[in-house]
Design a protein around this ligand. Structure first.
Ligand code: B12
Ligand code: SF4
Length: 490
């Protein structure tokens, strides 16, 4: 006799438009789905053995579909769970529709549907955190109940008309101290998945495993959706972290640890967290802001982190000019950014940084000047990102309210007008999304980004002389083409 329910947690491969599975730099476990799995097993211990995790990059698209299907067929109800992201929402949609053809129930959650729930084909979506929904759904009553916290239901009438009912607002209050225990069901990760960190976090090719011990961020930058997704910043107790880390080390073959907290160094017990990492002895990376890395306290924290195995830190500097930092809503100045980089560097920690270009007043000359400021810093690498409009960010709200305009002049009346649409906004970076720069077109921003990435590669990457020479040749050829193209356009 089949069991009443099985759950398939599907970690879809990250495949941006124009790429194929496996081409991106990063492939990491889905901490969100592992947390939901742990919440289910905690809410109903008979679910142990009935929740399985599938990794699309490991299995490939078709095999993944087949593996999920054959697993779920062994139960009366098959429940599929997926996390949604804006840039790859079309892929989540394709998978959901394929699963629905087999009669499985599909639930979606995560950053995209939290802001755009009605864009989904899933039977129900969860807005915000998903732990409360799992605690309400399990033990499974035999049907999808109404009134589940954060859940919004897709209703289709006999004529095929779709309407939505249920939660209107995301749930964002669940504190890390209220997460299930263990916070992440690492024990469900199938063997043989080859996780990898992107270049900026790669530690000599060691297999990374991720962990997080907080929700949200102390800042609220205008381009970022951390606040819209997670609500106010809150950190978890150190004891929970110790337990989660042990659980991870027992069940995975982690060779390096990636912290996914938005700002690890601001954790009030950061020193204790570092002491635990020192006892584990694995190298690690994390994200942080410039703010906790100021003055002598910042120097001390950086030294402690290095001593505890921290090899590289990702700092979202975003700009080295105060007026641009202000425009981005950063709570840091160029001077603070510089000090944070130097404190980390002096402690022996490599710094990966990010730079956002394409603000309304940006010009080619101004960006060129800023590039020099970045290149004067002792950075390990520097990501160049063209400002994109993430759903739920301050920028997206300003555009919808008419207080900011897109550079292409497209009329934006609702948040839906900002969803990725390559026909409307072009397929250059940011794919299918508008840019905001008044003085540089999307094409010009892409050209500048490419030019800057070449300069950064040459300036920052330590390489043997021959490679350097090859790169210099390629760069000169590229620069020649670029100048010709700009001259032609002018
Ligand atoms: C790790 C990470 C990645 C990893 C993803 C690894 C993976 N398999 O999950 C990698 C490096 C691949 C990645 C890539 C990208 N990322 Co990313 N990433 C993160 C990061 C730093 C941590 C995510 C995490 O682990 N959170 C902790 C877990 C516990 O929380 P969670 O995933 O949100 O899950 C909870 C809820 O969302 C919900 N939930 C989630 N899924 C589901 C499913 C169901 C069924 C239910 C009911 C509930 C539910 O319940 C969970 C528990 O409460 C976040 C920032 C952040 N702090 O969240 C950005 C973030 C998610 N990424 C973001 C972006 C923009 C990207 C990229 C587009 C970057 C790029 N330009 O390439 C790509 C796109 C990814 C894709 N698949 O399309 C944005 C998302 C914006 C958006 N609207 O899509 C975020 C929010 C960062 C930001 N503030 O801008 N990312
Ligand atoms: S500091 Fe980073 S994570 Fe925090 S709000 Fe700003 S961009 Fe988002």
């Amino acid at each position: 006799m089949p069991v009443d329910i099985r759950v398939a947690m599907v970690n879809q491969a990250f495949v941006p438009p124009g790429m194929i599975i496996g081409e991106t730099g990063a492939h990491l476990p889905s901490l969100g789905l592992l947390m939901l799995a742990s919440a289910i097993e905690e809410a109903d211990s008979t679910m142990k053995g009935r929740v399985a995790y599938f990794d699309e990059e490991q299995l490939g698209f078709e095999t993944c579909e087949k593996a999920v299907t054959s697993w779920l067929r062994g139960a009366e109800t098959g429940l599929v769970m997926l996390t949604t992201y804006t840039m790859t929402h079309h892929r989540q949609e394709a998978f959901i529709r394929a699963m629905q053809l087999h009669g499985f129930l599909c639930l979606a959650g995560g950053p995209h549907v939290t802001v755009h729930p009605n864009e989904s084909s899933a039977d129900a979506v969860v807005l915000g955190e998903g732990v409360s929904a799992m605690r309400s759904l399990f033990p499974w009553p035999g049907f999808l109940p109404r009134g589940v916290p954060g859940m919004r239901y897709r209703n289709v009438d006999e004529q095929g008309n779709v309407s939505w009912s249920g939660a209107e607002r995301p749930l964002r209050q669940l504190l890390p101290s209220m997460w299930p225990s263990p916070s992440f069901a690492y024990h469900l990760l199938p063997e043989g998945i080859e996780h990898r960190a992107s270049r900026k976090r790669n530690l000599a090719g060691r297999a990374p495993m991720s962990i997080v011990l907080s929700k949200g961020c102390p800042s609220a930058c205008h381009f970022c959706t951390s606040g819209a997704q997670n609500g106010p910043w809150a950190v978890g107790p150190v004891e929970r972290f110790r337990f989660d880390l042990e659980h991870m080390l027992v069940h995975t073959k982690a060779e390096a640890i990636e912290f996914h907290d938005d700002d690890l160094f601001s954790h009030p017990d950061a020193e204790e967290v570092f002491a635990i990492m020192k006892s584990v002895g694995l190298p690690w990376t994390c994200y942080t802001r410039a703010n906790p890395l100021q003055g002598e306290a910042g120097q001390r924290l950086a030294r402690l982190a290095r001593d505890a195995g921290c090899e590289r830190v990702f700092l979202g500097l975003e700009s080295m000019k105060n007026e641009r930092l202000k425009g981005l809503g950063k709570k840091a100045t160029a001077c603070m950014n510089r000090q944070a980089v130097l404190n980390l560097h002096d402690a022996g920690i490599e710094v990966s940084a990010a730079w956002i270009i394409g603000l309304p007043k940006d010009t080619w000359e101004g960006l060129e000047e800023e590039l020099e400021m970045f290149l004067a810093l002792p950075l390990y690498c520097l990501d160049v990102n063209i400002l994109n409009i993430n759903p739920g960010s301050v920028f997206s709200k300003k555009i919808v309210a008419g207080r900011l305009s897109t550079s292409c002049g497209s009329e934006v009346e609702s948040a839906e007008d900002l969803l990725p649409n390559p026909e409307r906004y072009g397929n250059q970076e940011p794919w299918g999304q508008p840019t905001l720069c008044e003085r540089m077109s999307k094409t010009e921003l892409n050209l500048f980004a490419e030019h800057a990435r070449h300069r950064i590669e040459i300036a920052l990457l330590p390489m043997n002389t021959r490679m350097q020479a090859n790169k210099q040749d390629r760069f000169e050829a590229f620069q020649h083409d670029l100048l010709a193209e700009i001259a032609e356009r002018r």
